[in-house]
Ligand binder design. Structure first.
Ligand code: HEM
Length: 126
């Protein structure tokens, strides 16, 4: 059967699991990003991002069952996010998305969303 939506088209949960795990492996080694994460264990943050992205792309709504409305601008307000942090986030995510080897149109669709979302989360210009 044809995939119903983007979530299914990219391969469902295993694909998101792989991308977000790879992303957090980059975060763990990144001198700009790592200090922003308040918890010593990145595992819970990894799970929140994975569940959010799965829900956004048409997968299960587990994110909102656990966390409520995403309100990403509000949830990022405690962290100073300027262009440097945005670029570091996108660099780590680019590594992760590259490794998933998605077909080009799906890669492009995912990437435009992530670039746009990262831009909207900038909350500091100093
Ligand atoms: C949470 C940083 C962009 C989605 C967080 C946290 C930090 C952070 C430090 C807290 C870790 C946690 O406890 O979960 C950043 C930085 C970004 C960025 C520096 C650069 C622009 C994005 C983007 C998305 C996103 C583009 C979505 C496409 C999330 C989600 C959470 C989160 C879903 C967990 C929210 C919750 O339920 O508490 N981010 N983030 N972030 N971020 Fe980002």
């Amino acid at each position: 059967p044809e995939p119903e939506n983007f979530f299914e088209a990219v391969g469902g949960e295993p694909t998101f699991r792989k991308i977000v795990a790879r992303f957090y492996a980059e975060v763990a080694e990144d001198e700009v990003l790592r200090p922003l994460y308040p918890e010593p264990d990145l595992g819970p943050a990894e799970e929140r991002l994975r569940l959010f992205l799965m829900q956004y792309w048409g997968g299960p709504h587990t994110y909102s069952e656990r966390r409520g409305h995403p309100r990403l601008r509000m949830r990022h307000a405690p962290f100073k996010i300027g262009p440097i942090e945005r670029d570091a986030w996108l660099r780590a995510m680019r590594v992760a998305v590259d490794e998933a080897n998605l077909p080009e149109p799906l890669d492009k669709q995912l990437w435009s969303y992530l670039e746009m979302a990262a831009q909207t989360l900038i909350n500091s210009w100093t």
